[in-house]
Design a protein around this ligand. Structure first.
Ligand code: SF4
Length: 354
């Protein structure tokens, strides 16, 4: 910790534990106890160690430490902002797109992000599918040959034991129609010690396995996180990155560039930059779309194209994820006016039919 004291060996799971660790002022306790009674709290030792308690704008604290503003819900905020519920054919499965479906084996996470779009569902109670429920969910995948990709999410699937993960991957790997197994997780940065050799080995499969790492700030990539990602990469897992555009965390060209470059330096290919989903009590994090587009546009040409994520908004009625990133081409009379990322532009006339 910046003051030299040792980080807590256990996650900090309530307002009083955060105060005892010096991460919130005692005066804030009454309001924060109320927040913690409503939305789950957990700050892992790895993340607590990164927080500078002397910095009221610390970008790591902003993501994990509860704030009294969470008690205010705006009229635009929804309990289920991306409409998982209407697309749930059996418990633990969300089927929104024809060729892929989510499998949510549990609803626990290593940390509870203050901007989480599933904050009304996730928590330490776990929502773990029973053996019978998990089997029914896996049977659903077996019975749907049009589904080519299983996306394990939650909660965080890397909170499962290697034994249980191995069982799920074995069942999915045996489905001839399935090409891809994808896992969405925060664990390699938030609790890297969970990524043991046994866990990496549990993720080995004949299928293409993609791990989509959720991280929002360059500082989250510690030495332990690097080792965890290396272990996963050695097991043949392809690494993708997703971040949420967050006010006070990654909303400057410098912080966003640092995040995307740091992902790449850890073998993590930036995949999505999400516009904030309007979950209850999260308004303080929202960056207007126009600002997000300008931020990304400012990186184009200056930062390797490998770092470029798809900036996307999940539509609130569950109609899918729409790309909302900056445009470089505009339709003009007889062709396209294309803006140059390094300056200038070019008119590309329509091809004349040969
Ligand atoms: S890790 Fe993901 S699901 Fe869990 S609290 Fe954070 S955003 Fe929500």
């Amino acid at each position: 910790m910046p003051d030299g004291s040792l980080p807590s060996p256990r996650p900090l799971r309530d307002a009083d534990a955060l105060a005892a660790a010096g991460l919130v002022p005692p005066a804030a306790l009454p309001a924060l106890r109320e927040v913690a009674a409503r939305y789950a709290v957990s700050v892992t030792p790895a993340m607590a160690a990164l927080i500078d308690p002397a910095d009221p704008a610390d970008p790591i604290a902003a993501q994990y430490v509860p704030h009294p503003a969470e008690l205010e819900t705006t009229p635009q905020e929804l309990a289920d902002p991306i409409a998982d519920h209407p697309h749930t054919p059996v418990k633990g499965v969300v089927h929104r797109y024809p060729d892929r479906a989510l499998l949510k084996p549990l609803l626990a996470c290593p940390v509870y992000c203050r901007f989480c779009f599933r904050r009304e569902q996730v928590g330490p109670a776990g929502g773990v599918l029973s053996e019978a429920e998990l089997d029914a969910a896996l049977d659903w995948f077996e019975a749907h040959p049009a589904v080519r990709e299983a996306i394990l999410t939650g909660g965080d699937p890397l909170m499962l034991s290697p034994r249980r993960l191995r069982h799920i991957l074995a069942r999915l790997s045996a489905l001839p129609h399935l090409d891809i197994i994808r896992l969405h997780t925060r664990v390699p940065v938030a609790d890297p010690g969970r990524v043991t050799e046994a866990m990496a080995e549990a993720l080995e499969s004949e299928k293409a396995v993609f791990l989509c790492l959720h991280a929002n700030h360059a500082r989250e990539f510690t030495g332990e996180a690097r080792a965890a990602l290396r272990r996963l990469s050695r097991a043949g897992v392809a690494l993708l990155g997703q971040a949420v555009l967050l006010r006070g965390v990654n909303d400057t060209a410098e912080s966003l560039e640092a995040l995307l470059r740091t992902m790449l330096a850890h073998r993590v290919k930036p995949y999505y930059l999400h516009q904030l989903d309007r979950a209850p009590g999260t308004a303080r994090f929202e960056v207007p779309i126009a600002e997000g587009r300008a931020l990304l546009a400012s990186l184009r040409g200056r930062v390797t194209g490998l770092a470029w994520p798809t900036y996307a908004l999940d539509l609130p009625q569950g109609q899918g994820k729409a790309p909302i990133g900056p445009d470089f081409a505009e339709r003009a009379e007889g062709g396209w006016q294309v803006r140059g990322p390094l300056g200038g532009g070019h008119f590309q006339a329509d091809a004349t039919p040969g």
